[in-house]
Design a protein around this ligand. Structure first.
Ligand SMILES: O=C(NCCCOc1c(-c2ccc(O)c(O)c2)oc2cc(O)cc(O)c2c1=O)[C@@H]1CCCN1C(=O)/C=C/c1ccc(O)c(O)c1
Ligand SMILES: [Ca+2]
Length: 484
């Protein structure tokens, strides 16, 4: 359950938060496939409660009303079409699976597919679920429960959401059937939302009843779904992510928290020389890493002040470090612009999601940020693909906020987060020749639109990163995007 099953040579996942299925299919063919992205996390595809009273907040998609594949992102036919087209383009699909709970209690009671429910009766006829399928006695998780009471964190309601009992045969069958239907449609795996709120023993039973991936979509026979469990654990709680790593991969919230601190100068970059388990991070193969995610980019999630697209220069620095460093499986966030942390995606007066527009410079419009289309970010996806599993070697730092390192003889990257320039002759580990810095520009013909680096026969090169340069990163590699 710890292998994403990316197509050969691909390494990185992007969360296309709130994108519609037709737009994702198009993005696979026009951008993500050609640019070597490995996979996409999609928003929950199951029917959710419509919450107009809160102006269609982003979190209404985390209030399931059924497992019908009808949401504002599209219907089952559009979902099927997206998975087929993305797999054909070499890009895998991972489903955000909400199996801990159903809805909270609201005045509204209609879902995105027209289903209704009676929350007070714990009745969800479109599944169907009734009172016996939810935990009893009724209780709501309090803040203190996270520290004292693992049973309550699992068996009580998370912020008022009706809490399913994954311990019963009937609920397990409903959940397994839902996930196996998605596997048959060609998905490569699942994000298990709110995994901390479910018993590891129940999850193991459910995972083991999932089918192998569908070989008709290019997966090897016997391939198990990639499963990464959302366990928010920054320490100090009664429940540890180590209860979940024996089962499958786990979201590593410490990753983004510590890198956000370092790239905001609350830690010197030099201390990243032993980045990995030395920093208390999960083992590489257990970790799904990210800088920000849909929840903590809005500030009330885990980890304090997390870097987002709003602090562009530092964010690109942290993202570049994540993609250049060998530890773990990286996930990129791709957002819509927001100021109100409750706001949902760009929508018209009827509540339909507005598609991202693609500008002539390949950026997005209509309120979509499309971080994955930023040159500094997609170039580092190609860098990560190129360097593969080569080792991190030749770490250099200035004792402060200037660092650099090699990946085998395939890649070299340097960072300057000081308020003065970096100007050094450094070992790049690359073959002699000329390279384009893929951060400050691109290769065009036999020239570079950004910095051009000449590597000598000893592998050394003059590396200049001005404190006031547009970016704080310089990256060159042996692939065609960089090597002249
Ligand atoms: O103030 C709120 N919630 C209470 C504090 C955040 O608690 C939530 C956590 C949560 C937070 C911290 C933890 O350590 C933890 O174990 C769980 O996980 C969720 C997962 C869901 O699928 C749906 C939810 O409504 C929540 C949620 O409310 C607002 C209004 C309701 C939704 N919401 C939110 O803030 C929604 C947050 C949300 C939604 C989806 C997620 O996947 C997620 O991680 C957080
Ligand atoms: Ca639960």
């Amino acid at each position: 359950y710890k292998n994403p099953h990316y197509a050969a040579g691909r390494t990185t996942m992007v969360h296309l938060f709130e994108w519609k299925w037709d737009d994702i299919a198009a993005e696979c063919e026009r951008f993500l496939g050609p640019r070597g992205f490995g996979g996409i996390q999609i928003s929950p595809p199951n029917e959710n409660l419509i919450i107009w009273s809160r102006q269609r907040p982003w979190w209404e998609r985390y209030q399931p009303i059924s497992y019908r594949l009808v949401t504002r992102s599209g219907n089952e036919a559009q979902f099927t079409n997206m998975v087929r087209r993305c797999n054909t383009a070499g890009v895998r699909i991972y489903v955000d699976a909400i199996i801990n709970h159903m809805t909270g209690t609201w005045n509204e009671n209609t879902g995105t597919g027209g289903s209704t429910a009676n929350f007070g009766q714990w009745s969800y006829p479109a599944v169907p679920y009734g009172r016996n399928d939810f935990n009893f006695p009724h209780c709501v998780i309090s803040a203190n429960d996270y520290r004292c009471c693992p049973d309550r964190v699992r068996n009580c309601e998370l912020s008022g959401l009706k809490d399913l009992n994954q311990g019963t045969a009937y609920v397990r069958t409903q959940l397994v059937n839902y996930m196996n239907r998605l596997i048959s449609l060609g998905v490569a795996g699942f994000r298990i939302d709110a995994a901390k709120h479910m018993w590891p023993g129940d999850l193991r039973v459910i995972y083991d009843r999932l089918n192998n991936l569908n070989t008709a979509h290019g997966f090897p026979s016997g391939a198990r779904p990639y499963i990464y469990q959302e366990v928010i654990d920054l320490g100090g709680e009664a429940i540890s992510r180590n209860e979940y790593t024996p089962l499958a991969a786990v979201t590593e919230f410490k990753y983004g928290m510590e890198l956000s601190r370092a790239f905001q100068r609350n830690n010197q970059l030099r201390w990243l020389h032993n980045w990995g388990v030395g920093w208390g991070l999960l083992a590489s193969n257990d970790a799904l890493n990210f800088i920000d995610n849909h929840d903590n980019q809005r500030g009330h999630g885990a980890g304090g002040n997390i870097l987002t697209y709003k602090q562009a220069k530092q964010y690109k620095g942290a993202i570049a470090f994540m993609l250049a460093h060998p530890h773990g499986w990286p996930q990129l966030m791709s957002s819509f612009a927001f100021t109100n942390t409750e706001a949902g995606p760009p929508m018209d007066n009827s509540g339909n999601i507005i598609s991202p527009s693609i500008n002539s410079d390949q950026s997005c419009g209509n309120g979509w940020v499309c971080e994955h289309r930023w040159r500094q970010i997609f170039s580092m996806v190609a860098f990560r693909n190129r360097v593969g599993n080569t080792a991190l070697t030749n770490w250099w730092d200035n004792g402060g906020n200037q660092i650099a390192f090699c990946r085998g003889n395939q890649g070299f990257v340097a960072f300057n987060n000081e308020i003065w320039n970096l100007s050094q002759t450094l070992q790049t580990c690359l073959p002699a020749g000329n390279y384009c810095d893929v951060i400050s520009g691109t290769k065009s013909g036999n020239n570079c639109t950004g910095k051009r680096i000449t590597v000598g026969s000893d592998g050394r090169a003059s590396i200049v990163l001005g404190a006031n340069d547009y970016d704080m990163v310089l990256a060159i590699h042996a692939g065609p995007e960089s090597r002249l």
